[in-house]
Design a protein around this ligand. Structure first.
Ligand code: UDP
Length: 448
């Protein structure tokens, strides 16, 4: 059902799972407050309108060819999206001002879709950027120009384990280098400079997790900042997966002892090779710990799914392990049988884990995941790092350390404390609760 009491908001999403999910969650919250919501999306990875009857949809023809997959999408595609999507958005707003059935009172755009800010500016509509990663990532990203000016870039391999000046606890190896290439990273930062053209910033984060990065963000951008996370708790029932969720794994979890299962997932983008898959399998098998493992079809280069595993892998792990193609992750992490999460440290996954008090083994692959991984292990201290070339012995050792060791107990306690703090932030008077209200007020005040 359309809700038009407070006018219309246009949400411009970027077509990857980790970007689409929080935007749809935010849209659901704002709809509940009385706004009509139009979701502007590309042809690539569109949301399924039948799952969101409370929204209307606007197709932005991105001109990406059918062959694109999230893994091949690169910086130049972003430019192409920008070149091709602004016109349909402009036409929509043009039409909207003429018909005026529900006035557009704001545009909320994914930080990668910054063309939307220019379009909104033209129509004098408030434009709010939604940053879908952590505040710590944004802060680390903006450190590059300074590090370049101070002569630290490009950094040598010998510096990888050194702390980055003024960015502790990040080491040089934790910096979000885009496509492993400093030049590409600086280009992306240049692209992001357009981002200055916005009226406010929304982040799926929480004050108690990222106070100091949020402070720096406010200093840097000098616009209102709304840390409104965790969005997974704001719209808990919303299903946003592009892939079909194998809900039968919940029945399997119901039969496992409390806090015994390690959940393993590398999100929607990460790719591994056959050797990594095999080493992961044997590490899991040797650990003697129950596990629920998501292997996304197409995520193992050279294989369709798990063909490379031993033919009798089901007998090897007996009832102790389950492999699925895609899981209802939020439900899994909230399940009492789950005691740990081996993650690639995507921001949504990390937040979902923090919300449920589940400690983590962090194996970041690229970009913001490296920053988030470091926060997990060295700021929030709710997990251990498992980095470098995967070997079954290290995997086994890490799992035992997290699931059965004394140190594992310590990070589990810490994770439970953080869960409580996060919970409090969502209650009346809590920081995220207040931020959500402030955001609504901001939109109603129509600040351009
Ligand atoms: N996810 C899921 N089922 C899975 C694996 C992942 O529902 O089997 C969801 C997860 O809950 C999260 C999103 O996919 O909301 C992944 O986003 P994230 O930012 O963690 O990582 P990305 O996929 O962008 O690397």
């Amino acid at each position: 059902m359309e809700n038009q009491r407070l006018g219309r908001l246009v949400l411009v999403i970027f077509p990857l799972q980790g970007h689409t999910t929080p935007m749809l969650q935010l849209g659901t919250f704002l709809h509940s407050k009385g706004f009509a919501i139009t979701v502007a999306h590309t042809r690539f990875n569109p949301p399924n309108p039948s799952k969101y009857p409370h929204f209307t949809f606007l197709l932005l023809s991105d001109k990406l060819t059918e062959s694109y997959t999230p893994a091949t999408l690169n910086f130049y595609d972003l430019e192409s999206i920008t070149r091709n999507c602004d016109l349909p958005l402009q036409e929509f707003l043009e039409l909207q001002t003429q018909t005026a059935d529900s006035q557009v009172v704001g545009i909320i755009f994914d930080s990668i879709m910054s063309f939307a800010a220019t379009v909104a500016d033209h129509f004098k509509i408030p434009r709010l950027v939604f940053m879908t990663s952590s505040a710590g990532f944004d802060r680390a990203f903006w450190a590059f120009p300074r590090l370049l000016a101070e002569g630290y870039l490009p950094f040598q391999d010998s510096m990888l384990h050194e702390l980055v000046p003024q960015e502790s606890p990040l080491r040089f190896k934790d910096l979000p280098v885009y496509k492993q290439n400093i030049e590409e990273t600086l280009k992306l930062i240049d692209y992001g400079r357009n981002l200055k053209n916005f009226s406010a910033i929304i982040l799926n984060t929480i004050d108690c997790l990222e106070q100091s990065s949020l402070f720096q963000l406010r200093q840097h951008y000098k616009v209102p900042v709304f840390p409104i996370g965790p969005l997974s708790k704001v719209a808990p029932a919303l299903s946003t997966s592009f892939l079909e969720e194998e809900t039968s794994c919940i029945t399997w979890l119901n039969d496992q002892p409390a806090k015994s299962v390690l959940y393993v997932s590398k999100g929607s983008l990460a790719i591994s090779d056959e050797k990594e898959l095999t080493e992961t399998f044997w590490g899991l098998a040797n650990s003697d710990q129950p596990f629920l493992w998501v292997v996304r079809p197409g995520s193992v280069s050279g294989s369709e799914w798990t063909e490379v595993l031993p033919k009798d892998f089901k007998e090897i792990v007996r009832e102790r392990g389950l492999i699925v193609k895609w899981a209802p992750q939020k439900e899994v992490l909230a399940h009492s049988a789950v005691g740990g999460f081996w993650t690639h440290c995507g921001w949504n996954s990390s937040m979902e884990s923090l919300c449920e008090g589940v400690p983590m083994i962090s194996s970041p692959q690229f970009f913001d995941q490296k920053v988030i991984a470091r926060y997990i292990t060295h700021v929030w201290k709710v997990g251990f790092e498992l980095d470098g070339v995967l070997e079954r012995g290290d995997v086994d050792k890490s799992i035992r350390r997290l699931m059965t060791g004394r140190e594992g107990n310590e990070v589990r306690q810490r994770a439970i404390e953080l869960k409580h703090m996060i919970n409090v932030s969502t209650l009346e008077g809590g920081s995220s609760y207040n931020s959500l209200n402030d955001l609504t007020e901001f939109l109603l005040a129509k600040n351009v």
